[in-house]
Design a protein around this ligand. Structure first.
Ligand code: NHW
Ligand code: EN5
Length: 388
C-alpha cells in the first residue's frame, strides 16, 4: 500500500499497538563519510536547483509554484497562498541551511516544477531534546503528479539533512501516512460571516438568517484585558521565559531560545502577530498570544479572490484566563480585517474553542516524526508544537 513509506524509518501501521518497541530513534546515525555524496537521480528532463530565497527572482518563482499548486481543501474551493514575506520568514530561521531549500526544474525551459524545504529546530520529546529538520512546502506541479517524484524529493532532503549530521524530522500533513504521532482537528471562528458564506467557506446554520448570523459573531471594537499590547523587541527575554515554562508541560514541543523567539514571534507585518499582557501595576509580562497570517486563494468565485485567515500559533496564560486572552486575539484579528481565525485542538485550545464560537472544520492535520518512535499516539492536547 505505501511502497515508499514502508521503506522509511517511521512508525509502521503493522507495529501499532506493539508496546515492546522502544521509544526514540529508529535507526542509528551513520558516519558523515558514508552519507551519499551525490544527489538522488531525477527522471530525465529534470534537474535539482537550490533555491536562494533571498533573491527576489527565485522567491517569486517559488511563490508562483505554491500559489498555483500547493494545498487545497477536499473540495478544491480554496488553496493556501503563502506570501513571499511569509516564505522568507518561514525558511530563514536562526541556523537555517540554504541547501535545504530544494527545487526541481525542467532542464529545457528552466521552469520550477517542484519544491521541498527543511529548517533546523530543536524539538523536545518527553525529556529528550532532539535536533530535527522541520519539513514543509512539499509541492509537485499539478501536471507532474503521481509520477513518484515526491519520494525522490523526500529522499534528497533527507540526504541533505543527514549531511548536516541531523537524523530526525518533524512534519504535518492533511493526509494519513505511516504513522501519525497525533491527529488534530481544525476549528474555525468566523470574523466576517457574510463573506465566508458567500464564498462557500461556511454555511448559514439551520433556522439562521444572515442578520442573526452576523450578530452571533459580532465582537467588541476594543480589547478588554488591561495591559494588552503588541509584543516589542525588548520583550524577547520575558516572552522566552514565559513560553519555555509553558511549553514544558507538553510531550512534544519546540525548545525555544531567545533567538528563536525573536525570529518566530516578534511581530512582522502580514506574517506573524504577537500580543502580551503587561501588568499595569508590576509591569510583569503574564500572558501571551500569537497568530500567523496565511491567506487562501478562493477558486472560482465571482465576487472575491482571497480569504484572509489568522492561524493560532503559541498562546500562554498564567494570569489572564485563556478564554479572555483569545477573545482579545479575535478582537484584534477582526480589527485587522481577517475573515476567519483558525486553530487546532493542540495545547490547551479545547478550553476556549466552543465558548468562543469556533466550529469544527472538515480538515484534519496529522503530525509525524521521521526516525523517532513514540510508543502510542498522543492526544492533541499533549502537543505543544505548531508548524506553519
Ligand atoms: S503537507 C503538504 C504537502 N503538499 C501538498 O499537499 C501540495 C499539493 N500536493 C502535491 O504537491 C506539508 C503532491 O500531491 C505531493 C505528492 C507533492 C504532496 N507527505 O510523487 P507521488 C509538507 O510539506 C507520498 C509525505 O507519486 P504526488 C510536509 C504518498 O503517500 N508523503 O505523489 C511534507 C506516496 O508514497 P507511498 C506524501 O501526488 C513531508 C508518494 O508520496 C505526501 O505527485 C514530507 C507518492 O508520490 C505528503 N504530504 O506528490 C516527508 N503526499 O509510500 C518528510 C503524498 O504511500 C519526511 N505522499 O506510496 C522527513 C524527511 C527529512 C528526514 C531528515 C532526517
Ligand atoms: C502543513 N503545514 O482542508 C500544511 N482546510 O478545516 C498541510 N475547511 O479550511 C495542511 N471543503 O471547514 C493540510 N469551513 C491540511 C489542511 C488543508 C486545507 C483544509 C480545512 C480545515 C478548511 C473549511 C472550508 C471547507 C470548504 C469545503 C471549513 C467550515 C467553517 C465553519 C465556520 C462556522 C462554524 C462551523 C465551521
Amino acid at each position: 500500500k505505501h511502497k515508499f513509506w514502508e521503506t522509511q524509518p517511521v512508525g509502521q501501521f503493522k507495529d501499532l499497538g506493539d508496546n515492546s518497541l522502544p521509544e526514540g530513534s529508529i535507526e542509528d546515525p551513520i558516519l558523515l563519510s558514508e552519507v551519499k555524496q551525490e544527489p538522488y537521480k531525477l527522471p530525465n528532463l529534470y534537474e535539482w536547483t537550490t533555491c536562494d530565497i533571498d533573491s527576489e527572482e527565485m522567491c517569486t518563482e517559488v511563490y508562483n509554484l505554491l500559489t498555483n499548486n500547493y494545498v487545497e481543501d477536499d473540495e478544491n474551493m480554496f488553496r493556501f497562498n503563502y506570501s513571499k514575506e511569509f516564505l522568507r520568514w518561514a525558511l530563514r530561521p536562526p541556523g537555517y541551511f540554504r541547501s535545504w531549500h530544494i527545487g526541481v526544474r525542467v532542464i529545457s525551459s528552466k521552469k520550477l516544477v517542484a519544491f521541498i524545504t527543511g529548517v533546523p529546530s530543536r524539538i523536545r520529546v518527553r525529556n529528550d531534546v532532539v535536533i530535527m529538520a522541520e519539513i514543509n512546502f512539499l509541492c509537485v506541479h499539478k501536471k507532474l503528479r503521481s509520477k513518484r517524484l515526491a519520494p525522490v524529493m523526500i529522499k534528497e532532503v533527507t540526504r541533505r539533512v543527514h549531511l548536516e549530521n541531523i537524523w530526525q524530522a518533524a512534519y504535518t500533513a492533511g493526509v494519513v501516512l505511516p504513522t501519525p504521532i497525533s491527529t488534530c482537528q481544525y476549528w474555525h471562528r468566523s470574523l466576517n460571516p457574510k463573506k465566508l458564506i458567500d464564498v462557500g467557506f461556511s454555511r448559514l446554520g439551520a433556522r439562521m438568517t444572515m442578520s442573526r448570523t452576523i450578530k452571533l459573531y459580532k465582537l467588541p471594537e476594543s480589547t478588554v484585558t488591561p495591559g494588552f499590547r503588541k509584543m516589542e523587541l525588548h520583550d524577547v527575554p520575558a516572552v522566552t521565559r514565559l513560553l519555555r515554562d509553558y511549553l514544558s508541560q507538553f510531550v512534544v514541543a519546540p525548545d525555544l531560545d531567545e533567538n528563536d523567539v525573536e525570529h518566530w514571534l516578534l511581530p512582522k507585518e502580514n506574517v506573524v502577530n504577537s500580543y502580551l499582557v503587561e501588568s499595569p501595576e508590576t509591569h510583569v509580562i503574564t500572558d501571551f498570544c500569537s497568530f500567523y497570517t496565511l491567506p487562501s486563494t478562493i477558486l472560482g468565485n465571482q465576487n472575491y479572490s482571497s480569504l484572509k485567515a489568522a492561524y493560532s500559533y503559541y498562546n500562554v496564560s498564567t494570569k489572564t484566563p485563556l478564554l479572555q486572552l483569545m477573545n482579545d486575539a479575535l478582537i484584534v484579528a477582526k480589527r485587522n480585517d481577517y475573515d476567519v481565525f483558525n486553530a487546532l485542538d493542540v495545547m490547551q485550545n479545547e478550553s476556549f474553542l466552543k465558548e468562543l464560537k469556533f466550529g469544527p472544520g472538515d480538515g484534519k492535520l496529522h503530525y509525524y516524526l521521521y526516525n523517532y518512535r513514540i510508543r502510542s499516539a498522543l492526544r492533541p492536547s499533549e502537543l505543544g508544537l505548531v508548524l506553519l
